[in-house]
Design a protein around this ligand. Structure first.
Ligand code: 8YV
Length: 328
């Protein structure tokens, strides 16, 4: 019997491709071209499965043009690149890659928080530019992490990881807001107190965003939310572009409505709002929160495991629309 055909839409670990080749007739984009929607559709022709990343949009146009597609496995925990309703309606299974990146991403959230609050990149730029000629009492004086109030918006697995790092490692007071409140045992484990969004914004010394992107979370942090924050506060976004109104944030940073921001994700990335590039009090990284080699390999392997399970008649490990499986 011939093997099912799949597309690996982006460059990925050679060992993961080799493993998939044992089960599938594989076309891969190992040159890592950035495909337009039309090109993605062209490459998906005749494919039953797709290995996708967060930048590969699977929407109703793609689904209509690729009737043989049965499954898409995302190498990402976030899946806002999928139109999940359209995929379910078309009977296409979607899977994501949760859990394997939780601790790595929480580490990065903390790294970005510390770099931002303690002005690490700003001071490095100063040093590299040859401007360091003497010590000064307030030179790059930033905000303390230890003992400060850490606010977390979005208290899923990664948010909980950041809460634990703050509470247990740095003696921070942790407050959070989430669509649903954690149960008491989990709150105790994270040493986190539930507050409403307004209190979170007004009280946090450092606010970390870890909520999923959806139409409901679009511009969850805009001009009016930024206006509620302390002028000494730090904002960190490791969630998704679009959750923060980047133009409003750049204005808040320029006007010092808040002290500083650390951003790993951007509206319209890989483009970055030009106003963010011109303010000094922001640390900018190119969507690398999950980027350690072991974690990226674990994410790719989980996506591959999902494809193999589905096409060998087994239950995928991390389905997003399991209703599709029930129909089959
Ligand atoms: C990925 C991410 O690197 O998992 C996610 O949701 O944002 C990142 O870990 C990116 O989406 C590529 O798939």
């Amino acid at each position: 019997m011939s093997k099912p055909k799949i597309l690996i839409a982006r460059a990925v670990f050679p060992e993961v491709i080799a493993r998939l080749e044992q089960h599938f007739d594989v076309e891969s984009n190992q040159d890592d071209h950035t495909w337009s929607k039309a090109e993605l559709i062209a490459h998906l022709q005749g494919k039953a499965g797709a290995f996708t990343t967060g930048g590969d949009r699977i929407d109703s146009d793609v689904l209509a043009a690729c009737p043989e597609l049965k499954m898409c496995a995302n190498m990402a925990v976030g899946y806002n690149n999928f139109d999940l309703d359209a995929m379910t309606a078309a009977g296409v299974l979607a899977t994501n890659a949760p859990d394997v990146l939780t601790e790595t991403t929480a580490d990065f959230g903390f790294a970005l928080l510390m770099a931002t609050a303690r002005r690490i990149t700003e001071s490095e730029h100063f040093l590299r530019a040859g401007k360091w000629t003497k010590w000064r009492y307030d030179m790059f004086a930033g905000a303390d992490i230890h003992g400060a109030t850490l606010g977390i918006l979005g208290m899923g697995r990664i948010g909980q990881g950041i809460a634990k790092r703050g509470a247990l490692g740095f003696g921070m007071k942790v407050i959070y807001h989430n669509r649903s409140r954690l149960d008491a045992a989990l709150e105790a484990e994270c040493q986190a107190r539930y507050v409403d969004k307004e209190e979170l914004l007004k009280t946090a010394d450092h606010l970390v965003l870890v909520l999923p992107y959806s139409p409901a979370s679009h511009h969850a942090i805009g001009a009016s939310e930024l206006a509620l924050m302390k002028p000494t506060a730090t904002l960190v976004n490791i969630a998704r572009g679009g959750i923060v109104d980047d133009a409003a944030l750049a204005a808040a940073l320029r006007n010092r409505t808040i002290a500083a921001a650390g951003l790993d994700v951007f509206e319209g990335e890989p483009s970055v709002h030009p106003d963010l590039l011109s303010v000094p009090n922001v640390v900018l990284t190119p969507h690398i929160a999950s980027a350690t080699m072991p974690t990226r390999l674990a994410m790719a392997s989980l996506a591959a495991d999902n494809l193999i399970a589905f096409f060998t008649g087994n239950k995928p490990l991390t389905p997003l629309n399991a209703a599709v499986l029930a129909i089959k």
